[in-house]
Ligand binder design. Structure first.
Ligand code: SF4
Length: 438
């Protein structure tokens, strides 16, 4: 039997998909390369934007034909849309066998077994107090860089965001359990630990009388032999504490990259978003961060066209981008999400006006990214070699500490090692380089 999982959305979903494969492998499923050869298809859905939700429903619809051709095919829907819509998916899409929400991935075994026996369609959603972080990395060999989920959910309730409603309240993973997963991965060849969570830097774990915060976790992971680099996403500016900034000063293993979503540059709009920082406090934290780690590369998220955002306020966002000089931006047009507080605010601009703003923002950011990339040319960087290049199978690829992908000629002996590479050419989305003989 073969299983295929289609993943929509963020790194958290990608990582959840891997945990689903772990469960399915235990049930005897092999990994299918595509949907047509699969006996079981799962869509791991995303509802962060209206468009992503539509994509999921249109994909579920497209599977109807496959089910008609092969009535034994099982179809499941997991992730954020599943959590949000639950059994309504089963009502709307009769060819779906089961639905499971974000807190119920560990129920997958039961759901698949029941579906195999021909039981009627089931939906399991809702947040659980016994939520489990899944740890297995059995279905494939661990990579040089591996994700570890350390928090789930979010308590911030930014007014535009659906996450707290589909991922539940914030839960931090057991401190020792995270360290054990790191040790296990390192023993299997992993060299870079990438901690993930919706709001990763608000990590707090209480064990007996000891309280661990995110900076404690970073320092403890840095102490593990065999961990060469640590990354983390996504951070909230409010939780960028002095202790965390200090980690960038003292922990060499901490990568020189921080994704720090600012969302916009207007204090009035930030207040409407309930982000709990101002443009000034954000800029001041960035300055302290750069003082602690001079080469740090910053990336960010921007929402264009939040309801009532004026042209002047949008200009403030552009000014902030010019001032901070992000290496990259993930920018989106505001998408109204049912159930969020911002959904009640009347929208004052047309889609065309919002696209115009997005287009202008992209233009400015592209220039900044190109200039910053050019500055890499001719310089030497330490690159952690991850494996064959996805663009050119004659080359290898790795990342600089600043999270830039570099392609270069190498050999298998360097995989998993950190090597000096001179950058020969900066392309738009990656760098080309040559390994410097040591
Ligand atoms: S902090 Fe992030 S995940 Fe949490 S509500 Fe705000 S945008 Fe959503």
């Amino acid at each position: 039997m073969k299983a295929y999982i289609k993943t929509f959305g963020c790194q958290m979903n990608e990582h959840d998909t891997e945990r689903m494969y772990d469960i399915l492998v235990n049930l005897g499923y092999a990994h299918s390369p595509n949907e047509t050869e699969a006996d079981l298809i799962i869509l791991n859905s995303c509802s962060v934007r209206d468009k992503s939700e539509h994509k999921v429903f249109s994909h579920i619809g497209s599977l109807k034909e496959l089910k008609e051709e092969n009535p034994n095919l099982l179809i499941g829907v997991g992730g954020c849309v599943a959590e949000q819509e639950g059994s309504q998916i089963l009502q709307r899409m009769k060819h779906v066998d089961f639905v499971f929400g974000t807190h119920n991935i560990d129920k997958l075994e039961e759901l698949v077994s029941n579906a195999q026996r021909g039981y009627s369609s089931t939906s399991i959603t809702g947040f659980r107090n016994d939520f489990k972080f899944l740890s297995n990395y059995n279905y494939r060999t661990p990579k040089i860089s591996e994700f570890i989920t350390i928090t789930s959910g979010c308590n911030k309730y930014c007014t535009f965001c659906i996450v707290p409603y589909v991922r539940g309240k914030e839960i931090s993973r057991d401190f020792q359990e995270i360290l054990n997963v790191c040790r296990e991965l390192v023993s299997k060849g992993t060299r870079e630990i990438h901690l993930i969570g919706q709001n990763v830097n608000s990590y707090t774990y209480q064990e007996n009388r000891k309280k661990y915060v995110f900076a404690d976790l970073l320092r403890a992971i840095a102490d593990i032999d065999g961990v060469d680099r640590i990354r983390f996403t996504t951070s909230h500016p409010r939780d960028l504490t002095d202790a965390l900034i200090d980690c960038f000063r003292t922990e060499e293993k901490l990568a020189s990259h921080l994704h720090l979503p600012v969302q916009c540059g207007s204090n009035r709009v930030l207040k409407k978003m309930i982000r709990n920082y101002t443009k000034e406090t954000y800029v001041e934290k960035v300055a302290r961060l750069r003082e602690a780690r001079s080469d740090i590369a910053l990336t960010s998220d921007i929402i264009v066209g939040f309801p009532t955002e004026t042209e002047e306020e949008f200009e403030e966002t552009l000014d902030l981008i010019r001032e901070i000089k992000y290496y990259d931006l993930f920018s989106f047009i505001y998408s109204k999400r049912k159930g969020t507080r911002a959904a009640a605010i009347e929208e004052t601009y047309t889609q065309a006006q919002k696209f115009n703003r997005l287009y202008r923002l992209h233009g400015i950011q592209n220039e900044i990214t190109t200039t910053l990339h050019k500055e890499y040319e001719g310089k030497r960087f330490d690159v952690l070699v991850e494996g064959f290049s996805k663009k050119d199978d004659k080359k290898y690829e790795g990342r600089t500490s600043t999270n830039k992908v570099v392609h270069f000629f190498s050999d298998a002996s360097l995989k998993g090692k950190t090597v000096p590479v001179r950058i020969t050419k900066a392309q738009k989305h990656f760098l080309e380089g040559e390994v410097i003989c040591q």
